[in-house]
Design a protein around this ligand. Structure first.
Ligand code: 26M
Length: 781
């Protein structure tokens, strides 16, 4: 597989190179940061030639431009070492220097240029495209500050800026690509004269595929001033004003928007979206022109994927270029645009569907608003305009050749709800591509013990052909035990880390029950904590009743303006404080909220999980991808029939999955019942008692009604049907206890989850996009 022209150093050469770097660049210092930098510099020297040779091999081949406002890439050194087969060599060098590799890897900042699932999916796709031989550029923004760093003070969330770039980023190369991007101004006779121009400067992060088989590029645009410094103004005495244009340009890429679906749209966000879209299009059109190809052949050479509607303004921008600069007729331009553009929808939640006031859009991008109005006029049934706003989902749908959902259920719901009208007009346009995750990071990287057990059982090769995990069946003697042993070791390691960093002592023999994801009402962390409270209350009533010990682990960030999500974090913290100090329940129940959830923390927690909480209200979670990571690491899912849970259950088997709750259909009809919550609470005294504890100061005696807001929500509107699903959730949790009490039975179910999760590799997903959406065949090895 590996390109002959590219050489990966031997272990000895790698060692020598790292030591040489340490002495030449770091004055021989041996601290964690110096060693990390030296190692990164050496790896970069290996990766860049691999990347260049892959780009040469892909030249002339049709390629993908994956446009995304988010790439949640996490740390890169561990992944790179693993892929190049240099992990053991790196371990040895670190030991020789008196350090451990894990400690060295941990000082790399976790690059969080994304909020959650959507951004992490984009990062898994980059890895898979590079591995399966799909030529691709991921286009994104080089935010100075990624997602905020979450702290916990007095059990409440605090936010501080994250600064992944502040000490230099070793994995990027400043590219030769840069473009001027216009904003504001006027249109006369169809010609746009922007009044502001900001420079888009590309920075490339090479993305090597598995073992250097192929590679792709993550190209991040930074905003720079066209003219950074006004010497005239400075000399005239205006020392601050002289840098004004630079400051205003820099503001554009200053910070990632923290997923505030409820907050009114802001000009800066739209500016970011257009900046990404216009710079990326300019870049790929420049390549097309440089190759001497006629514009009409664009669809034969490029497929553009819009990751949600955030870059949907790329549609009107492409029309603008084709009509205003290339001289095409409107109809011809639209046909060409549809030949290259595709759109992935990631949510049907009404509050998260993007729309922009026509006024605002027309002020920032006057020519684009004209084009959008022409599109709306040409497709009157498309619903592009409504209530003086531009509906970006409808716009993206109208301009795309293919539109996809991210799980089977979600795709069906797209057809039935938000896009029902458009689907009737274009029944061939919507297709499904169920999400996946990269097994390189999410098995081999984070769970080397499991990877070793799998390789011992079925040999090499499964990491790039994950369906081969199926060869673990029929389960051979010893395999189940080996995997259970790995799980046990991972739990011991996590317990030690929890003790050392959080000051919580947990029993590694307890069931590790984990819910880690953004905090959101529809994801129902409050259902989990209410069940935890009810469990604690019953344990206190009868501590000798033979309970299965549990450790409830939570982590996740709340959007800074999302009050309800922040209250849930606060509640979990207070419950943890009370429960963990209770001598009656002791080791039977522990509750932990871990601060600053990110990719690296997920890598630490998932390999040690027994139970994966995937408990969203049915019909609300488009897919989920954490659910897949847990299953392939041998955790059992307790979950609703939502998103990809449905497909996970189908594949791992109903007898290895803890199902509960209403179906999406039942949810819709239940919500129509006036007193659905009150009725459910009346029928379930456990829930009534747990809710009472939120009102009587059990968890915060000085402020008894602090959590009354959560209790009132669950007892009243309860839009996400926590009350109605509680009884069945409780039942499934006690079923989990019984299953867990039979250690051998549990170990077998866990092993079957691993053996049957191969389909959830993002390699499978990417091959699906290549075949059904992009029309791209892999570049041969
Ligand atoms: C945020 C705050 C308040 C209200 C709504 C939101 C909000 C909800 C969903 C904002 C964006 C949302 O969707 C974007 C997103 O990240 N979707 C996720 O995409 C993943 C990859 O496809 C899926 O696995 C997740 O199910 C889906 O939620």
């Amino acid at each position: 597989m590996r390109d002959e022209a590219v050489t990966v150093p031997s272990d000895a050469a790698f060692r020598a190179a790292v030591l040489e770097r340490l002495s030449s660049d770091h004055g021989g210092r041996r601290d964690l940061c110096s060693v990390r930098r030296a190692m990164a510099a050496v790896l970069r020297g290996v990766v860049v030639p691999i990347w260049q040779s892959a780009l040469e091999r892909g030249a002339g081949h049709k390629r993908v431009a994956y446009l995304s406002m988010e790439f949640l890439i996490g740390r890169l050194a561990g992944d790179t070492l693993l892929s190049l087969g240099l992990r053991d060599a790196a371990k040895a060098v670190c030991l020789e220097l008196g350090l451990t590799l894990d400690d060295v890897l941990e000082v790399e900042p976790d690059a969080a240029l994304g909020n959650g699932g959507l951004g992490r999916l984009a990062a898994c796709f980059l890895d898979s495209m590079a591995t399966v031989g799909c030529p691709a550029v991921g286009y994104g923004l080089r935010y100075e500050h990624g997602l905020f760093r979450q702290g916990i003070e007095d059990d409440k969330q605090t936010e501080t800026p994250e600064d992944w770039l502040s000490r230099g980023y070793p994995w990027e190369l400043r590219s030769a690509r840069s473009y001027g991007i216009g904003f504001f101004g006027t249109v006369t006779d169809g010609v746009w004269k922007p009044s502001e121009t900001i420079w888009a400067q590309g920075y490339d992060v090479p993305v090597p595929g598995w073992q250097g088989s192929f590679a792709g590029t993550l190209r991040l645009w930074a905003a720079e001033a066209v003219q950074s410094f006004d010497l005239g103004r400075f000399n005239g005495g205006d020392h601050v004003g002289a840098s004004e244009t630079e400051a205003s340009a820099r503001a554009l890429c200053r910070v990632l928007y923290p997923d505030d679906g409820t907050e009114a749209g802001q000009t800066l966000r739209l500016k970011q979206e257009y900046f990404l879209s216009a710079a990326s299009l300019a870049d790929l059109l420049a390549d097309h022109r440089a190759a001497g190809l006629p514009m009409e052949t664009l669809p034969d050479h490029v497929a553009i994927q819009l990751n949600d509607t955030h870059p949907a303004i790329a549609g009107p921008e492409l029309m603008r270029v084709l009509i205003d600069e290339e001289g095409l007729e409107f109809d011809a331009a639209l046909k060409l645009a549809r030949g290259v553009l595709n759109y992935t929808n990631h949510t049907l939640l009404p509050e998260a569907l993007e729309s922009w006031p026509e006024m605002l859009l027309g002020w920032l991008l006057p020519r684009h608003l004209e084009i959008i109005r022409m599109l709306a006029g040409a497709m009157p049934g498309a619903g592009i305009l409504g209530g003086s706003e531009v509906r970006m989902g409808n716009l993206a749908f109208a301009m795309a050749g293919r539109v996809n959902g991210v799980s089977a259920l979600h795709t069906e719901l797209m057809k039935e709800t938000v896009f029902a009208g458009l689907h009737r007009q274009h029944p061939e346009r919507i297709v499904n591509q169920t999400n996946g995750v990269t097994p390189r990071r999410w098995i081999a990287g984070c769970n080397p013990g499991l990877a070793g057990a799998v390789t011992a059982a079925i040999g090499e090769g499964w990491l790039t052909d994950l369906e081969r995990l199926g060869e673990l069946e029929p389960l051979q003697p010893g395999v189940v035990e080996a995997m259970a042993e790995v799980k046990r070791a991972n739990k011991v390691q996590l317990a030690a880390w929890l003790g050392a960093t959080q000051g919580v002592q947990v029993d590694p023999g307890a069931m590790f029950d984990v819910q880690i994801k953004r905090i959101h009402e529809y994801k129902r962390q409050h259902l989990n904590i209410l069940e935890t409270i009810a469990l604690w209350q019953e344990m206190r009533d009868a501590p000798q009743a033979g309970w299965v010990p549990r450790v409830k682990i939570f982590a996740g960030k709340a959007a800074p303006g999302y009050h309800f999500a922040k209250e849930i974090i606060h509640l979990i913290g207070k419950v943890a404080r009370m429960v963990n100090a209770d001598p009656v329940t002791g080791d039977l129940l522990k509750v932990v909220f871990l601060p600053n959830y990110n990719v690296s923390l997920a890598e630490r927690l998932i390999p040690a999980a027994d139970l994966s909480e995937q408990i969203s209200t049915a019909g609300k979670e488009a897919s989920g991808t954490g659910n897949m990571k847990f299953a392939m690491n041998g955790a059992l899912t307790i979950g609703t029939l939502d998103g990809a849970n449905v497909e996970i259950r189908e594949r791992v088997g109903a007898e290895n999955f803890l199902l509960f709750g209403m179906t999406a259909e039942e949810v819709s009809s239940r919500r129509a019942i006036p007193d659905h919550a009150a009725t459910a609470i009346e029928a379930e005294p456990r829930l009534a008692r747990a809710l009472e504890a939120l009102r009587d100061g059990t968890f915060i005696p000085d402020w008894p009604d602090l959590f009354a807001g959560i209790a009132d929500n669950v007892s009243g509107p309860d839009h996400f049907l926590v009350a109605s699903d509680f009884a069945d959730y409780w039942r499934a949790q006690r079923e989990a206890d019984r299953w867990f009490a039979d250690a051998d039975g549990w170990a077998e179910k866990a092993a079957l989850n691993v053996a049957r999760s191969g389909w959830f590799s993002s390699d499978r997903t990417i091959r699906g996009y290549m075949a059904d959406i992009w029309g791209i065949s892999p570049v041969s090895a």
